[in-house]
Design a protein around this ligand. Structure first.
Ligand code: CU
Length: 225
């Protein structure tokens, strides 16, 4: 075999190895999703099924996650245990009651339009039990939005003067938080993307990188089944 042929084979092998490694990296990035979390079925109302989904949003995901310093959502089960996933399974043709405990401070919105709730049953949501239709855009900490279902609800931040803030997940209900509740209606089965709309990713360009671009932190999927 000539030297040239050996060189060509060497180059071809190197390209194949790099290509395979890149392929594994991309496949892992695309397929490594957190497990899905099922909403808890609740008593049916008016003929439709219903379910309860309890979530929490925090200023830092904590040491049990790959990115401890990133802002993140968590799912909270019926026993109060926090799960680091943003993929939720909810029933089709049902009312989904969502409760979100927000432990994070405000980042503010660039577009005040998003400070108004959309697509929720009764056109209102509650903040610490108080019926509301919008918040002050400057107070926005996170947003829970399912664009394809027309749902968008703003979460006000914990005041900077809070005496007992939670630094990182998991937090407890005795720590300062804002409780946001709302209900949305599901239709036929499908997989719908949801995301936060507040530029809350501190330290990233325009606040939209890192956790804002990663499933498991500030966005995920609603699986209507
Ligand atoms: Cu956010």
């Amino acid at each position: 075999m000539s030297l040239m042929a050996k060189k060509l084979i060497g180059v071809a092998v190197a390209i194949a190895v790099v290509g395979a490694v890149l392929g594994f990296y991309i496949a892992d990035y695309l397929l490594a999703y957190p497990p899905s979390f099922a909403a808890t079925a609740t008593a049916a109302s008016g003929g439709a099924g219903s379910a309860q989904l309890t979530l929490a949003s925090v200023p830092a995901a904590g040491d049990s996650t790959p990115h401890p310093t990133w802002v993140s959502y968590f799912a909270v089960d019926a026993h109060g245990v926090w799960h680091h996933t943003t993929i939720y399974k909810v029933p089709a043709h049902s009312l989904v009651h969502v409760t979100i405990y927000n432990y994070d401070g405000a980042s503010g919105l660039r577009n005040p339009f998003i400070s108004e709730a959309q697509g929720v049953v009764g056109s209102t949501f509650t903040i610490n039990g108080k019926p509301s239709v919008s918040i002050n855009p400057d107070d926005a900490s996170h947003v829970f939005a399912i664009a394809q279902l027309g749902v968008s609800v703003p979460l006000p931040g914990v005041p900077a003067t809070a005496k007992n803030p939670c630094a990182a997940a998991p937090c407890t209900l005795s720590e300062d938080h804002e409780t946001v509740s709302f209900t949305f209606r599901t239709g036929k089965p499908g997989r719908f993307r949801w995301q936060c709309l507040v530029p809350c990713a501190a330290g990233f360009i325009l606040g939209f990188g890192g956790p804002m671009a990663t499933t498991g932190y500030m966005d995920g999927f609603v699986q209507v089944v």
